[in-house]
Write a protein that binds this ligand. Structure first.
Ligand SMILES: NC(=O)c1ccc[n+]([C@@H]2O[C@H](COP(=O)([O-])OP(=O)(O)OC[C@H]3O[C@@H](n4cnc5c(N)ncnc54)[C@H](OP(=O)(O)O)[C@@H]3O)[C@@H](O)[C@H]2O)c1
Length: 320
């Protein structure tokens, strides 16, 4: 089968199309003939070599989110899965392939009306947005800021906050065109990357969902309301500055909270329950999966170039 491997760490040109044997699903796993494979931000970070110290090696197959049809099951897995269309999570790799293996507890049936591309756009990002908002104790009537809203997590956080009755949903983004698209998805205020939205923008936020982190992260403490909560769900701009902790203490009198959130701390059953609801909602058109572009699997290099260039609004999906 065709697969994409990281031949050499560094630029997208280090990705290569390779021919691999079709894997056999082990006990507790299923084999999925992939129709759609999501290109995640973490795939590009792994490809760059930045996570080499964390055990990722050249030869790694990137990708973790796939959708397609189950063609075989391992020991202990109900054979009635065979022939069903599913979304599946393969882990931190193993997704950029024509036939992927996933643990049975990490697969979910697709509703008839949901495309495979929509499923790999929503599956991981929607759950992070949902549980990130819950981690920030978001309640109806509160003001929310989504920092880094143009990616798949941010787009879902905007929609869920708006549908959840937020009094205002502000977003940071780098262009007015993206701002308009985010308004159509539920944003009420568009800010630049520094958080400046002019006089019309809310003066403070109860919840900030932060996909970005990086050097400017602590400047957003100033934009929290008293008792406000900032939840870091990603780090597309890298680590926060060294004086980050000092800045939290400087905001002491606001009784603010800072938290990190990773979906890895949520049980597979709870993740599946939320994904299932979101897949249903997307199938009914209540929430939108924003697919930036469909590209053939062997154009993964081009997908990673676009990711590196910051050109992607939503998610690129590879189609094996
Ligand atoms: N918490 C979890 O469980 C979990 C699970 C999966 C992934 N993640 C993490 O989530 C992140 C990827 O999320 P995503 O795919 O939604 O994001 P993304 O598409 O990679 O980026 C989101 C947006 O952030 C803005 N941005 C990029 N660089 C920036 C910078 N230097 N300063 C300010 N804004 C910047 C860009 O929008 P504009 O150009 O419009 O500003 C970009 O579209 C990764 O850090 C990944 O590790 C977390």
């Amino acid at each position: 089968m065709k697969a994409i491997s990281i031949r050499t760490f560094g630029s997208p040109d280090g990705l290569a199309v390779v021919d691999l044997p079709v894997p056999a699903p082990a006990a507790g796993q299923v084999l999925i003939a992939t129709e759609a494979v999501g290109v995640g931000g973490v795939d590009t970070v792994i490809r760059s070599g930045a996570l080499a110290a964390h055990g990722f090696k050249e030869g790694h197959i990137p990708g973790g989110e796939v959708a397609g049809t189950v063609t075989a099951v391992g020991d202990g897995v109900d054979v009635s899965w065979i022939g069903r269309r599913v979304w599946g999570f393969t882990g931190t790799g193993g997704g950029y392939v024509e036939q992927a293996v996933a643990p049975v507890e990490q697969i979910l049936p697709l509703p008839d009306r949901l495309s495979a591309a929509a499923a790999v756009t929503l599956g991981s990002a929607g759950a992070v947005a949902h549980f990130g908002l819950a981690h920030g104790h978001f309640a109806p009537g509160e003001t929310v800021l989504v920092r880094g809203a143009a990616g798949s997590i941010g787009i879902m956080a905007v929609q869920l906050a708006a549908r959840g009755g937020a009094a205002a949903v502000a977003v940071t983004t780098s262009s007015s065109e993206r701002g308009e698209r985010l308004r159509r998805l539920g944003a009420t205020h568009v800010l630049d990357r520094s958080g400046d939205g002019g006089e019309a923008a809310p003066t403070g936020y109860d919840v900030i969902i932060d996909v970005v982190a990086g050097e400017d992260m602590s400047s957003f403490f100033d934009r929290l309301n008293p008792n406000g909560r900032m939840v870091a769900v990603g780090a597309v701009a890298g680590q926060p500055p060294a004086d980050f902790g000092t800045k939290i203490m400087a905001a002491f009198q606001k009784s603010m909270s800072f938290a990190a959130f990773s979906a890895a701390t949520v049980s597979p059953a709870d993740l599946s329950a939320v994904r299932s609801k979101q897949f249903g909602a997307a199938g009914r058109g209540e929430i939108e999966a924003v697919v930036h572009e469909l590209l053939p699997l062997d154009e993964a290099v081009s997908a990673h170039r676009k990711m590196d260039a910051g050109e992607v609004f939503g998610r690129i999906v590879l189609t094996p």
